[in-house]
Design a binder for this molecule. Structure first.
Ligand code: ATP
Ligand code: MG
Length: 295
C-alpha cells in the first residue's frame, strides 16, 4: 500500500485559511465580522494525527476548528501550507483523500423527509459503495449505531441523539479509514452523548479506524481522546495527551494541583474557555435542536 502515510493519518504543516479573499463567502453566520474584511480563520497550523488514534480539536467558537477540518476533508481549498491524509496531498489529490474518509459535519446532514435506511443508502451511492454490497453495508452501518429497529421510520421522527447516530451511520457506510466528526455531540444530553461515543469506539476497535473530532465538551475530550490540540484564534496553543497537558500546567503553575482541561485551556490560551465560548455556543445548540425538529 502506498497510502499508509507512515503511521500518520493526517499531517498539517503551516496550514492557513483566510475567508473573504474571493472564496468562502455565503456561509457567514453574522458573527460580527466586518463585511468583506478578510478573516484569517486558520493561522498557521502544524499537527499530526497518528493512525488509529482519537484526536480532538478543542477551542471556543470561532477558534477555527471547522475551517481546519474542512481543509483536511478537502471541502475548502488549502489556503497556504500543506495537508496530507494517509500520504495523499489534499490540494493535489482531493479525490484520493475523500475516498478514505467519512465526515459528520457540524450542521445537519440527514434528510428528515427520508427514512433512516434511505438516508444511509444515499450516502452509500454517493461514496461509491459497490452496488452489490450496498444493502448489506447500509444494514451494517445502521446496526453499528443501533438504528436497525428505527430504520424504516422517517428521520423527521428521530430524537436529536438518533439523528446524530444516523449521521454517524452515513459517515461509516463507506468504511472510512479516517472518521472526521465536527461537534458530534453538541446539544445532546449526557446519555445520547455517551451513545455516540460508544458506537464510535466499537467501530474503532473492530476496524482500527482513525478519528479526528472537534468538541466543546472538555470532559468528553478528556475521556475519549488520546491526544488533543487546544485551538484559539486560528492557532494551536497546546498539543498532547490530556495527562501530558495537565502535567505541564502543574509544573508551570504549582498552584494548580489537579488541573482540568478547562484549566489547561486557560493556562495556554490566557483566557477562560467559558468566556470565549459564551454567545454563539447557545445559538449553535438551539440551531441544531430546532433543525432536528423541523421536518
Ligand atoms: N463562510 C465563512 N465566511 C466568512 N467567515 C467565516 C466563514 N466560516 C467561518 N468564518 C470565520 O472564521 C473563523 C473561524 O470559524 P470556524 O467556523 O472555523 O470556527 P469553529 O472553531 O469551528 O467555531 P464553532 O465552535 O462556533 O463551530 C471565525 O471568525 C468565523 O467567523
Ligand atoms: Mg465549528
Amino acid at each position: 500500500m502506498d497510502d499508509t502515510g507512515d503511521g500518520q493519518a493526517v499531517v498539517c504543516r503551516g496550514l492557513e485559511y483566510t475567508f473573504g479573499h474571493g472564496h468562502g463567502h455565503g456561509h457567514g453566520h453574522g458573527r460580527g465580522k466586518g463585511k468583506g474584511r478578510p478573516t484569517r480563520a486558520v493561522d498557521g497550523i502544524d499537527l499530526t494525527v497518528r493512525t488509529g488514534e482519537v484526536f480532538g480539536l478543542l477551542g471556543p467558537n470561532g477558534a477555527g476548528k471547522t475551517t481546519t477540518i474542512r481543509a483536511i476533508t478537502t471541502l475548502l481549498p488549502v489556503g497556504a501550507g500543506m495537508v496530507r491524509v494517509f500520504g495523499h496531498d489534499a490540494a493535489r489529490r482531493p479525490m484520493q483523500v475523500r475516498r478514505l474518509l467519512g465526515y459528520v459535519p457540524q450542521q445537519l446532514s440527514a434528510d428528515s423527509g427520508l427514512t433512516g435506511r434511505e438516508n444511509v443508502a444515499l450516502f452509500a451511492r454517493v461514496f461509491d459503495v459497490p452496488r452489490a454490497e450496498r444493502a448489506e453495508r447500509v444494514a451494517q452501518a445502521l446496526a453499528a449505531v443501533d438504528l436497525t429497529q428505527a430504520a424504516e421510520r422517517m428521520a423527521a421522527t428521530y430524537s436529536g441523539g438518533m439523528v446524530r447516530r444516523l449521521e454517524l451511520a452515513q459517515a461509516l457506510v463507506s468504511a472510512p479509514r479516517l472518521l472526521v466528526m465536527d461537534e458530534p455531540t453538541i446539544g445532546l444530553d449526557p446519555i445520547a452523548r455517551t451513545g455516540v461515543w460508544e458506537r464510535v469506539d466499537a467501530v474503532r476497535r473492530a476496524t482500527g479506524m482513525t478519528v479526528l473530532v472537534t468538541t466543546h465538551y472538555m470532559d468528553e475530550a478528556d475521556r475519549h481522546c488520546d491526544r488533543i490540540a487546544l485551538m484559539d484564534r486560528g492557532r494551536i496553543r497546546a498539543l498532547g495527551t490530556p495527562a501530558e497537558l495537565k502535567d505541564r500546567v502543574r509544573r508551570e503553575d504549582p498552584r494548580q494541583e489537579r488541573p482540568t482541561l478547562d484549566d489547561v485551556f486557560r493556562h495556554f490560551a490566557g483566557r477562560d474557555l467559558a468566556d470565549a465560548t459564551e454567545g454563539d455556543f447557545g445559538d449553535v445548540r438551539r440551531t441544531r435542536r430546532t433543525a432536528g425538529r423541523v421536518g
